[in-house]
Design a protein around this ligand. Structure first.
Ligand code: ZN
Length: 243
């Protein structure tokens, strides 16, 4: 089975549709795993959640999902994120609000643990350095852990008890070996590694591989919707720069 793994969709419908088209054209997929932040920042929260729910889906909650449904006070966010969180709350149907409210913080799927930020602080910690990777490795009860939140794609492999970060190269298929790994597919709807293309990964359980992919999408269309909704200009501008 091939599983499409993505994170930080952030209500970016054009990016999400482009990812599904790309995955369809390159071998297809049978299931979707989403590592949180389905909504927030972007202009299509309701449509993105509905589209994701059309597939067999395993999803965990992110901090922006909690903010959109009143489980987290967005006053802790920066100004643009806070404004978007308040706007998002008003865009969601009751059914989508209930769905986002009921997302678990951690999901276990076979050899994988799915979480938004880290196992130490599921929706708050950015797992980006050795110290935070160690914290999650200590708590992992499965061989692999998939995270999002930072919007940066990476692989982190445990080498003799220590975490070693390596680049998750685009288009390369990595055989999952006997080591423990932490995997971040990179942000789908708001990449932050100075490459504006949407990120996702394909996990192939028969081959035992994970592959990182990037896709161009109609950024101008998403930006026009952000402006039309009256969301902060910065949220539109940053999509062109991938920050
Ligand atoms: Zn995010």
């Amino acid at each position: 089975m091939r599983i499409l793994v993505c994170t930080d969709v952030h209500a970016n419908l054009e990016a999400l549709q482009a990812v599904f088209s790309d995955a369809d054209a390159r071998g297809g997929f049978e299931e979707v795993w989403v590592l949180g932040d389905l909504v927030g920042y972007g202009p299509d929260p309701e449509a993105c959640v509905r589209l994701l729910r059309e597939f067999p889906l395993s999803a965990v909650a992110g901090n922006h999902d909690h903010a959109a449904v009143g489980k987290l006070d967005p006053v802790t966010f920066n100004h643009a994120a806070e404004a978007a969180a308040r706007w998002t709350s008003g865009q969601l149907s009751d059914d989508t609000t209930l769905f986002l409210s009921s997302l678990p913080l951690v999901v276990f799927r076979g050899a994988f643990t799915l979480v938004h930020g880290s196992l130490r602080a599921p929706i708050h910690e950015y797992l980006l350095n050795e110290e935070s990777a160690r914290g999650t490795l200590r708590l992992m009860r499965s061989q692999f852990c998939m995270v999002g939140h930072s919007h940066y794609p990476f692989l982190c492999q445990e080498e003799e008890g220590s975490p070693a970060f390596v680049e998750f190269q685009e288009g390369r298929s990595y055989p999952l070996d006997g080591r423990r790994w932490i995997i971040n597919p990179g942000g789908l709807g708001q990449p932050r590694d100075r490459d504006p293309r949407a990120n996702y990964a394909i996990y192939d359980d028969a081959e035992g591989t994970v592959e990182h992919r990037r896709v161009t999408y109609d950024i101008a269309a998403t930006q026009a919707k952000i402006r039309k909704a009256g969301l902060p200009e910065y949220l539109a501008a940053r999509l062109s720069d991938g920050v």
